[in-house]
Each structure stands twice: as C-alpha cells, then as structure tokens.
Write a new protein. Structure first.
Lengths: 140, 380
C-alpha cells in the first residue's frame, strides 16, 4: 500500500468552495490530483444518496464543502448539509466506513490558500486510512 | 381533566363489547365513519374497514394478531384533504406513531380524525397468521388473547410474535386520543378507556360510561412487558450490529434481495410519490452494467441493492416507527426490520428525536440550528 493513491470525491458549492478552487487555480496554487471536484449549486443540495453512491463506487473519501455558516448564497443550505452529514456519520460507520472518510468543511470564496491546504491535508489523511472496503469487495 | 371509564365485558366477550363501544361512537352525530379492523364477510381475514353504517359494524376484531399493513397510510389517504366531518380510526400504537410522522410530513391532517389506540399485544407475520387463524378467526383471537394476557407469554400454539413486535418497547398507545387499556385489567369483566386529548375527552364524555380508576396493577404489568421487550430489542441490536459491521457482511444479509421494493411500499413513512429508485436515474444504459462488471470482474445482478437499502436508511430512518412491515413484506425473509431499527435507533438518538413521539417536534432533517454538530465540521 506504499503507493496507494486514494480517490476523493468532493462536492463543492458553486458560490464558495468552487470559487475558492478557482482562485487557487488562478493563484497558481496546486492541490493533489486525488481530489475530484463535483460542482453543485449549494452544499444543501447534496442528497445523502450522492455520498452513499460515491462510497459504494469505491471512493476512499468524500468531502462536502460549502460556504461558512451564515454566508450561504441560499441563506441556510449549508446548515441543512451539516444535518445530513451528521446523519451519514451515524449510518456509514455502522457498515465499516471510518468516520474520517466523510468530511464537511466550510471554505469561503476568497480562501484559495485554505482550499489547497485543506485538499492536501485531506488527501494525506485518507492515504493513512488506506483503501476503502468498497474497492476491495464485489458490491454495486 | 382526562376521563377514565370502563367498558363492561361480561358474558358477551371482549370482542362483542368492543364492537358495541365502537358502534356507540359511530352513532354520535358528528362522527361520520370509523376505520376499524374487521373480519371480511367474504373471507376469513381481517382488514381495516371504513364503516359508515352502524349495522355494518360486525366482526370487529382489533385484537387479532393480524397485521396485514400499517394502517397509518390509509388514514393519511383519508385525511389529506378536508373531509367535512370527523372520522375515527382504531389503530395499533405503531400505526399511530407512523400517522404522527405522516402528519408532520404534510401527508395527512390530524384535525378531523380521532385516534383510538389499544394496548397492543403484538401480531404474527402474515403467513403465520393465516395458519394460526385457520377457519375460525374469532376463536383464534380469543385463544391469542387468553394465552397472551393470562400467561404473559408470546408463544401461542407454537406461533411466535413477529420479531418487530417482540422488540417493540412502545406497546401502549400514548399518542392516541382515546386509549383502551387491557394490561393489568381484569379484561374478562371490563376494560379501561381513557381520554388522552380534548377530542378524546369530548367523545368519551358523551358516551355515559361508568367511571373507574386506573388499577394500580396496570403500571406494573406495563413495566414488566416493556422490560422484556427492551431486553429482546437490545439483544437484537447487538446481533444485527455484529452481522452488518462491514459492507461484505451487509452484502451477505441482502444476498437474496431481488430489488422488489416491497419493503419500501409496505413502509408507512416512505411517502414519496415517486421513489428515486424507480425513476430514469436507475434505467442504466446496458453498457453501464458491462462497465461495472469489467471493473470488478463480476457483479451481482440486479444491481444497486445495497445502494437502495443504505439510501432508504438515510432517507427515512429518522422517521422509522419500528412496525416491522418491511420484514413482513419481504418475499425472501430478509431481516429488514432488524437492520432498520438498529440504525434508526442511532440516527434518532443523534437528533434527540423519537419517531411518533410528538406531533409538535419537527422531523430532524426539516430544521436546523445555527450552532450545532460542530463535531462533524472540519478535517481535524
């Protein structure tokens, strides 16, 4: 597992975290290629089933990232996202997915540096966890 | 003031006296119908019947260990639009809890329905019940009542209650408007009826029943029953957790799932008109299956089984009332209820919520606080 390269699916909101990723890019900051961004209009539209699907398809980590509390473009979508993550963190560990594989962060539109740092830290953490069980077993 | 009164039983037997009690309610001028479990005239089976004519109120049987469906769904159908007149529904405690959840999800209205709940003695699975009842439903009900209440055992003639009922720690219908009590009461002589809301009080008050005091033995009887149920439940939780603590084990649990979705159809709180799993999203291109198979070498067909069950857990476990109809509906005897109850115990605790407890608490995923769950934020 020395050369294990995790796959991390990140659901990022259009208004903050995606914009931060954009800023990181225009600022020439790099982040690990392990992270695959999926742009959504709001973290509040990430249905738990998106996260479940990502894990069952073999993602080693899933990140949901939105605007800071109080900054949501749609007023309160990120608060709803937080409840859904709470819910998933009760369900998924029961089936052997470590709690740390699912993450929720708030990264503001101007936080390009924070974005690239967070992606680096996250990738390092998931590397330590090793490959997810869904990769190893025959499940669809 | 809550009214506690008694329904005399005497020689006619419990079923007949309950029937006349329901008839007297239906004869009240503002009650337009009663939904009550009744033996069908055409076949020896008990189903919920919507009765408007008191003379059709016969073969009423709310005690039989027969639980063909969670009636909360039907009450939600009857109340989703104004009906201009009150109806009465005789429900099991888990059906009342499911209806409370449906009302909160805007799938029904509570203001034109009076809920009557009875101490629940539990029920058998569908297939067991048919065998148990045989040709004489009434006799089998009496047999069930006698042995369950006097011997306080769950086994009658070798038949066992459904797992969900054995693990049910809420057999008393506290959410009802009118509660009919059997436990700790000399049911051969009388049963207790108690109002638990203003609308219940209004109805009981007009029936001119003899008042009684709640017998002291009742509390002990309830506690003993619940303690046994909780012990069974906790053992079930521990075993299920052990059996499903990895994806591989979960796949074994659902190995014979054929994606019929009966569990979802039977579930009282799965209320979506169109479940995402029957939409075009899951009409995969044929090449998609081959792609999946190539990636892993082989895949189990039909696909999306675990995806379906885990997603359903995420979507409805906070509203799960533990009625066990999912297991009852499963054609392949998968212990669906065991898993769903185990997980919903956790998810409901996480939000300090209990499905069906109160009509005033919002479902956890329909609200939020600004300051909460800091433990799930950040990556450290």
């Amino acid at each position: 597992m020395e050369n294990f390269e995790p796959t991390i699916i990140a659901f990022v909101c259009n208004w903050c975290t995606y914009t931060a990723a954009d800023l990181a890019g225009t600022s020439r900051l790099s982040y690990p290629k392990n992270v695959r961004l999926i742009r959504v209009m709001c973290s509040g539209m990430v249905d738990p089933q998106y996260v479940i699907k990502a894990f069952l398809e073999g993602a080693d980590g899933v990140l949901v990232s939105g605007c800071h509390p109080g900054d949501c473009h749609y007023i309160n979508g990120n608060y709803k996202a937080r409840r859904r993550i709470k819910l998933l963190k009760e369900i998924l560990p029961h089936f052997g997915f470590e709690r740390e594989r699912l993450r929720l962060t708030w990264i503001g539109a101007s936080d390009g540096v924070v974005f690239s740092e967070t992606m680096r830290d996250l990738t390092a953490q998931v590397k330590v966890l090793g490959p997810s069980q869904a990769k190893l077993t025959m499940v669809i | 003031m809550a009214i506690t009164a008694k329904i005399d039983v005497g020689d006619q037997g419990l079923l007949v006296s309950l029937e006349s009690f329901f008839r007297s309610i239906l004869q009240l001028e503002d009650i337009s119908a009663i939904l009550v479990p009744q033996r069908l005239p055409t076949k020896n089976i008990i189903m919920p019947m919507l009765v408007t004519d008191p003379s059709y109120l016969n073969n009423t049987d709310p005690i039989a260990p027969c639980f063909p469906m969670n009636t909360a769904k039907l009450v939600s159908r009857l109340t989703r639009k104004p009906i201009c007149g009150k109806i009465v529904a005789v429900l099991r405690p888990c059906e009342i809890r499911a209806f409370v959840e449906l009302v909160k999800l805007n799938q029904g209205r509570a203001d034109e329905v009076v809920l009557i709940g009875m101490d629940c003695l539990g029920a058998y699975g569908n297939r067991d019940y048919f065998q148990f009842a045989g040709d004489d439903v009434n006799k089998s009900t009496t047999r069930f009542l006698e042995s369950t209440l006097s011997k306080n055992g769950s086994q009658v003639d070798g038949f066992e209650l459904a797992q969900a009922c054995k693990a049910c720690e809420r057999p008393i219908p506290y959410g009802a408007d009118v509660l009919i009590g059997l436990l700790g009461i000399d049911y051969r002589d009388h049963v207790m009826v108690q109002s638990r809301s203003p609308s219940g009080e209004d109805i009981i008050g007009r029936l001119e029943l003899d008042a009684m005091k709640e017998p002291p033995a009742r509390k002990g009887a309830i506690e003993a029953l619940v303690a046994g149920r909780i012990a069974f439940r906790d053992k079930m939780f521990a075993e299920t957790a052990e059996d499903t603590d990895s994806l591989e084990k979960l796949a074994i649990l659902f190995a014979n799932c054929v994606n019929c979705y009966n569990c979802r159809i039977a579930c009282p709180v799965c209320y979506c008109r169109e479940c995402v799993f029957v939409t075009d999203v899951f009409d995969h291109y044929p090449s998609q299956y081959l792609e999946w198979s190539r990636r892993k070498g082989a895949i189990k067909m039909p696909t999306d089984t675990l995806f379906y069950h885990i997603t359903r857990l995420a979507h409805m476990s906070t509203a799960c009332v533990g009625c066990g109809q999912c297991s009852n509906a499963c054609p392949n005897d998968i212990p669906v209820m065991e898993l769903f109850r185990t997980i919903s115990e956790r998810t409901q605790k996480a939000f300090d919520y209990e499905a069906g407890r109160s009509i005033h608490e919002h479902p956890p995923l329909s609200e939020f606080r600004e300051e909460e769950f800091a433990d799930v934020e950040g990556i450290n």
